[in-house]
Design a protein around this ligand. Sequence first.
Ligand SMILES: *Cc1c(COP(=O)(O)O)cnc(C)c1O
Length: 438
Amino acid sequence: MPDAGNPPHAGYFSDPLAETDDAVWSALLGETARQRDRIELIASENIVSRATLDALGHPIVNKTVEGYPGRRYYGGAEFADRLETLAIDRAKRLFGAGFANVQPHSGSQANLAVFLATLRPGDRVLAMDLAAGGHLSHGSPANLTGKWFDIHHYGVREEDGLLDYDQAEALAKEHRPKLIIAGGSAYPRAIDFARFREIADDVGALLLADMAHFAGLVAGDQHPSPLPHAHVTTATTYKNLRGVRGGLILCNDADLAKRIDSSVFPGVQGSVILNAVAAKAVCLGEALRPEFRDYARRVLENARALAQALMGQGIAVVTGGTDTPLMLIDLRPLGLTGDIAAGILEQAGLTANKNGVPGDPQPPQVTSGLRFGASAGTTRGFGTGEFTAIGDLIADVLLALADHPGDLDAVTGRTRNAIGRLCRRFPIYPDTPAGSPP
Ligand SMILES: *Cc1c(COP(=O)(O)O)cnc(C)c1O
């Protein structure tokens, strides 16, 4: 008798998760239904293509490599090299960059690698204040960047919510930082990167542009690119760029690129998440196609339609609109807080996040604002008509909450039905099994 060897238990290579693990599978079914039946307004989210999901679920996940294409520590890296080279070349082509690193596991990792490549512990950094729309990885006291570096923050003007370039310049002259960061998570307007470069050059600082939230608009030519101005640019691939969760680092200087590569690996990361790199190649390939330009144009149109609809219903939109996929609304005129408002919108079928507004008197767990983004809804197929309707639905709920709390149940029920109808008209992942509506 031939030796049967020692195979894994029957079905190991063939049984689908649906049959092997009910606890995990049922939670996943619920999540599919949640995404299908609710409107996603969280600005950090999007809906990836089937092709991206295929790459993420591929056995390439088994392969371990360290280092860079052609310079790996482990063997068997032929296809890993091919995939990473594809992702790098596409990132360079898409953004017009001389160098790209596609390995960062997240946007925060990308930023941390830039800190490691350009600074020594204790060095001075100037970045946008978290309270003004900055990001944790730009020197928040809770983040490693805030604990190990000497961070100074510029902000936005309380009266109009716009970035205070004069303050940034004055702070740069006073503190003479080695690194200046431009970009944030809740700043809705186009940033004047040329002005930031002047400020940086004036004090001999490097400029890091973080385009996490609008990289897709840059790729689709709907937003000025920071690349001609910044020494180094970071992005996430999963927000407006519509791909896998992860980060990217771009630059045009060979020396800096070398330092960045060694700061990503072995500086802050180990082996490469190759299925994510494959999926980055997929999303960058998608973004290089002409259709993506259309997508980016529609994201911006839709974001503006949503902001207009909200303002038309008397809701205060910070800066009076947006140049990006996201907007910030100020709930103080309604006497509401972000935590309560986000909770009620969730009950009505709209997922959004609470967010601080400029000069917010509330703590971060409460806040006086909400942040909405148009990237995911646009992927679903919503146009300006749908986004205008969504704005009206949001306003109905918020105005009921503020002025007619007695009507709130009826209004959220009605809104939920309207949202259910809208979602059914724009289905996602039709071939993916889903649970019953949450
Ligand atoms: C989202 C975001 C990041 C990255 O966040 P991760 O959750 O680490 O991927 C970095 N910078 C800005 C400005 C962001 O908005």
